[in-house]
Design a protein around this ligand. Structure first.
Ligand code: MG
Length: 381
């Protein structure tokens, strides 16, 4: 059986790795649609290779090149953020891979859920900002959400269908990022280039900075709460610098299941695209003797306050996680541009959370207005 795929954000690191899986199993997948923000050169190469029925570009600067490309490939062209929603609406697919970065992925994901598609989710902000809405809609439309993120994919595999009543703890592992072991004084002077040098995973710039601040792990706690219906208090984070144990589930009887593997997003992506089937691949096996040792330690909460901020936002619920995300997005942008010190990232986020009057997040409008408020507030700070 062939599965039809739409890949939102096909030119980013997850999008490209998804197409690597597709390339290795050409008879099992058909690429229906691809979308990119600005990287038209990569999109062009992908479109020529996979011949999708439809393309979408978001950035207006890429538009004229995209028109030529769509013409050459005989693909329909959708444009801008509305184009992402049209791409999902107007073309049938079995799986929509959401590999976009930021808030932009939310609307097309919600639409895909309403259409009952299976969502292969890599975009963090979707569940962080709108987890209640997204999961409610998924239940109402019997849509399945399968996480690509290595930690949540690990939990999915460890749970193997078990419900939250059997779970004592979910233990998310974190590499600790490039600044593990550093003091606050040392962190005050770090540059964007140092923050982008992640020790174990190669990822896009936004998520790499989020890994350095541990905000990424905070987001993963929030996502875990929604994906697995387990309260935040029962989701723990442990630093595991080797990134070999991708996460663990402790059952109520004290038995712990861990998922291990090489640090390559190919594996969770393959897992999700074939789920629940397991298919042989040509990947090398993990070599335990050469690993020597796996180590675990507690996160340094004083030096990396983002983890605490994310937990607090998750406990508060409502519009607070959306504010956490939006303020963080602005702060990371400014940090990458060289305008904001590394330690100011959590400071900007904390300021926004303190100033925000947390309200209910019953609709997309509630979330979007919290998002806009937080962006404006963070820019002023
Ligand atoms: Mg992760």
């Amino acid at each position: 059986m062939t599965k039809r795929l739409i890949i939102l954000g096909s030119t980013g690191s997850i999008g490209r790795r998804t197409l690597d899986v597709v390339r290795d199993f050409r008879d099992r997948f058909e690429v229906v649609g691809l979308s990119a923000n600005t990287d038209i050169a990569t999109l062009a190469a992908q479109a020529r290779e996979f011949r999708p029925r439809a393309l979408c570009v978001c950035s207006p600067e890429a538009l004229s090149a995209a028109e030529d490309l769509a013409m050459a490939c005989g693909s329909r062209l959708h444009v801008g953020r509305p184009g992402l929603v049209e791409l999902v609406e107007e073309h049938d697919a079995d799986i929509v891979v959401v590999a976009t970065v930021g808030f932009v992925g939310l609307l097309p994901t919600l639409r895909a859920i309403e259409l009952g598609r299976t969502i292969a989710l890599a975009n963090k902000e979707v569940l962080v900002t709108a987890g209640d809405l997204v999961m409610e809609s998924a239940r109402a439309h019997s849509a399945t959400i399968l996480p690509i993120d290595s930690e949540h994919n690990a939990v999915l595999q460890c749970l193997n269908g078990s419900g939250p009543e059997r779970v004592r703890r979910i233990i998310l592992t974190a590499s600790g990022g490039p600044f593990r072991g550093r003091t606050r004084d040392e962190l005050a002077r770090v540059t964007p280039a140092e923050a982008l040098d992640h020790p174990t995973w190669r990822m896009g710039p936004k998520i790499t900075v989020d890994s350095a601040t541990l905000m990424n792990k905070g987001f993963e706690v929030i996502e875990g709460k929604h994906l697995f219906n387990v309260p935040v208090a029962r989701i723990e984070v442990v630093i595991h610098p080797q990134s070999i144990v991708h996460s663990m589930v402790e059952y109520v009887d004290g038995s712990i299941l861990a998922q291990l593997g090489v640090t390559d997003m190919y594996l969770p992506i393959q897992n999700v695209l074939f789920y629940p089937e397991r298919v042989a691949n040509a990947h090398p096996s993990l070599d335990f003797p050469s690993l020597g040792m796996l180590s675990f330690e507690s996160p340094d909460a004083g030096t990396f306050p983002c983890l605490r901020l994310a937990r607090e936002a998750a406990e508060a619920g409502g519009t607070c996680p959306a504010v956490l995300n939006a303020a963080n997005e602005v702060a990371v942008e400014r940090f990458l541009a060289g305008d904001l010190g590394f330690l100011r990232i959590p400071a900007v986020v904390e300021d926004a959370l303190e100033a925000h009057e947390c309200g209910p997040a019953r609709s997309l409008a509630d979330i979007m207005s919290a998002d806009e408020w937080a962006r404006a507030h963070a820019r002023r700070v």
